[in-house]
Design a binder for this molecule. Structure first.
Ligand SMILES: Nc1ncnc2c1ncn2[C@@H]1O[C@H](COP(=O)(O)OP(=O)(O)OP(=O)(O)O)[C@@H](O)[C@H]1O
Length: 263
């Protein structure tokens, strides 16, 4: 009721999911305010305080020591959101190189880091009963800084992807977003190539009528392009996904499942 979504519990920041947009809480101006504050912990509790404190820990030590932030909580608590927020924060604060050329390189790295989110989410997230955009995998994101604390790269390691969702979904849940994205977003030509007849229903793509903001194929394609996955490679990927939706593959999948083999 007070619109206060963060509080401290010892050294842990507790975040409450507002379940509504609160743009002023994540503006670049606020990021810079926490970044410039002499003592950010004296400002209101915020995920930017954690981000800044961690950044300063790397900076202040003579021999830099790796820093980790653990984001945990139940499904729908806001972990994905919080991780995205931290990545945006570092993209702003860890990118003020001196020369124009290095500024351009830093900008490209940031863009790639941020573009990894829609791709990971299209292929690894799905609509569940608890969360329309639920991550069905865990991830370890590593942001790499150089000695001047500028972002020079990132690596993402994923684990425990819920592969069985491809073939089995609980009622009222959906398959991975990417399948709905290609079904809804493919052009007539692509439909032919990817074996997606207009208006066809697929037994393992339940609840396609639900229209989610995550169904946007264009965003995924654009992000893939920025990550260096060119259009012919993308087409091959989507073709495999489209072909996998045929009845025969589905039957083979369910057969495997019944026999206890890999889906
Ligand atoms: N700080 C926030 N401000 C506004 N909306 C938020 C915020 N945090 C979360 N949300 C909303 O809540 C939804 C669920 O959050 P999120 O997907 O981050 O949960 P999660 O903990 O990653 O869940 P899962 O474990 O299922 O992947 C988001 O899609 C978003 O709409």
């Amino acid at each position: 009721m007070a619109d206060t979504f963060y509080t401290n519990a010892g050294c842990t920041l507790v975040a409450l999911n507002p379940f509504k947009p609160v743009p002023q809480l994540y503006s670049p101006e606020l990021m810079r305010e926490y970044h410039a504050a002499p003592q950010p912990q004296k400002l209101k509790p915020h995920v930017f305080t954690v981000g800044e404190q961690t950044y300063r820990n790397v900076k202040s030590l003579i021999e830099p020591v790796n820093q980790s932030i653990v984001v945990s909580g139940e499904s729908g608590a806001g972990k994905t959101w919080t991780s995205r927020c931290l990545m945006k924060f570092y993209a702003v604060v860890a990118a003020s190189p001196a020369s124009w050329e290095s500024h351009k390189i830093a900008e490209r790295i940031e863009q790639r880091i941020l573009n990894s989110n829609p791709v990971m989410e299209a292929f690894g997230n799905a609509c569940t009963l608890r969360n329309n955009n639920s991550s069905r995998f865990g991830k370890f994101i590593q942001l790499q800084l150089n000695r001047a604390q500028q972002m020079t790269g990132a690596a993402v390691q994923t684990y425990l992807l819920q592969k069985t969702r491809v073939a089995c979904q609980a009622s009222s849940e959906r398959n991975f977003h990417i399948f709905y994205q290609i079904c809804k977003g493919a052009s007539e030509d692509e439909r032919l190539q990817w074996h997606l007849p207009e208006g066809a229903a697929f037994s393992w793509l339940p609840n396609p009528e639900r229209s989610l903001e995550e169904d946007c194929f264009e965003v995924t394609r654009e992000a893939m392009l920025h990550l260096g996955i060119d259009t012919p490679t993308q087409n091959n990927i989507f073709k495999v996904l489209g072909q996998g939706k045929g009845r025969e593959s589905w039957e083979r999948c369910s057969c495997f499942l019944q026999e206890g083999g890999p889906p």
